[in-house]
Design a protein around this ligand. Structure first.
Ligand code: NAD
Ligand code: GLY
Length: 371
């Protein structure tokens, strides 16, 4: 099965191709974007060992020269020093404005390479070849690029759309199960935030997806990417509607900061815990359907996803500290915390009227359950 989704942004439009084994078609698919027969791959050391040889041979056989840089892997590496290293390496390679950079890897590499491409010579072209599920359904699409600050996640960055996204679902076969499930959290998020039919489909087909059913994987990725593309087309720069894509992220980002961007909590795990908390908060505030939190948690539990603060190993800071970390969220406007909350599954809204006491109560109940 092959699927393609178009993201229409006028002169910055691009296609997202989804197929098993797609990496082998890279030369043909990137041909329209090559001014010179050279590409520059940014990747991480884990992905280097798995895919760089294959991708390089395919490109070299097609007459395309390849240079690559592999950075250390992990969220903590999405930082200034690796950005500087990448940009200086690209300059050292004498990359021209019309050359093509390839981001090969998960969301960390996609965000960092995209940001390097955005600032190099005021913007060079790049394509995304995402190799984690999270990157395939979320970070490779939509043009948000950036790095983390010690003060919070993704606080430094730029919008820079890729020229093409190539999703080879075979790369999911080498992904550790924990990473696959973390990415599945972002898939489920699309059902929760705007499409109950998709959530029904996931309740039915999630287990087939997890066990490697190729058609289920392609269908779920296509559905996710189509949902994201529609939102980005309507609101590229997150004026209003795109904020909804951050369901679960206000909690999730605070938890990621609290756990030091470490392996204690993956981004997608923060998102599933955050989504479960958002459904609970909304129900407590009388704004959301009272049955929805249990339905969400039932699906998350069945899929083996994290959904509670007690699912995070080790100590967490107090509710007060977690709330203070939320203030670094990019959704804070006019000094008010904004949350994406659900009325029900598939129906979300943005509010800046969450009473501090309710938020504190929810977090304290969960932190109490953790003791
Ligand atoms: P990641 O890039 O760290 O990848 C996770 C791990 O999997 C890494 O160790 C990586 O080396 C390894 N890996 C990658 N592909 C593999 C494969 N095919 N087989 C085996 N191992 C593989 O993390 P991620 O979850 O992909 O992305 C998380 C990042 O994405 C966060 O920084 C988050 O902020 C960002 N993000 C950005 C957006 C956006 O719109 N730009 C959206 C969502 C998330
Ligand atoms: N992942 C949120 C966004 O792309 O806007």
């Amino acid at each position: 099965m092959t699927q393609a989704v178009s993201l229409d942004l006028g002169s910055r439009s691009y296609r997202i191709e989804i197929e098993a084994g797609l990496i082998s078609s890279t030369p043909k698919l990137i041909a329209p974007f090559l001014r010179r027969q050279r590409v520059y791959i940014l990747t991480d050391e884990v992905v280097e060992a798995l895919y760089v040889d294959d991708l390089s041979s395919i490109l070299v056989e097609a007459g395309i020269e390849v240079a690559y840089l592999a950075l250390p892997s992990g969220e903590a590496e999405k930082n200034w020093s690796n950005l500087i290293r990448s940009v200086e390496w690209l300059l050292d390679q004498q990359v021209e404005r019309n050359d093509l950079v390839i981001a090969l890897g998960g969301g960390v590499i996609g965000d960092l390479a995209g940001f390097a491409a955005a600032i190099l010579r005021r913007g060079v072209n790049y394509i995304q070849i995402p190799t984690t599920l999270l990157a395939q359904v979320d970070s490779s699409v939509g043009g948000k690029t950036g790095i983390n600050s010690t003060q919070g996640k993704n606080l430094i960055g730029a919008f820079h759309q890729p020229s093409l996204v190539l999703i080879d679902v075979d790369t999911l076969d080498s992904l550790p199960e924990r990473q696959l499930l973390a990415g599945y959290g972002e898939v489920a998020k699309y059902g929760l935030l705007g499409d109950e039919e998709f959530f029904w489909w996931l309740e039915e087909n999630g287990p087939a997806f997890a066990s490697g059913d190729e058609d289920a994987r392609i269908r779920a990725i296509e559905w996710s990417v189509t949902t994201k593309a529609q939102v980005v087309e309507e609101d590229e720069r997150e004026g209003d509607r795109r904020v909804l894509l951050n369901l679960g992220h206000t909690f999730g980002h605070a938890l990621e900061t609290a756990t030091g961007y470490s392996s204690r909590l993956l981004h997608g795990e923060g998102v599933t815990i955050g989504c479960a908390l958002a459904f609970e908060l909304s129900a407590r505030l009388g704004l959301g359907n009272r049955e929805a939190p249990q339905r969400v948690r039932r699906h998350f539990d069945r899929m083996g996803l994290k959904s509670r603060l007690s699912d995070i190993p080790g100590d967490l800071p107090s509710a007060e500290t977690l709330i203070s970390l939320m203030w670094q969220d990019k959704k804070v406007v006019d000094g008010r915390l904004r949350f994406v909350l659900p009325h029900g599954i598939g129906a979300t809204f943005v509010t800046d009227e969450v009473p501090q006491a309710e938020l504190m109560g929810l977090l304290n109940d969960h932190l109490g359950a953790k003791l």
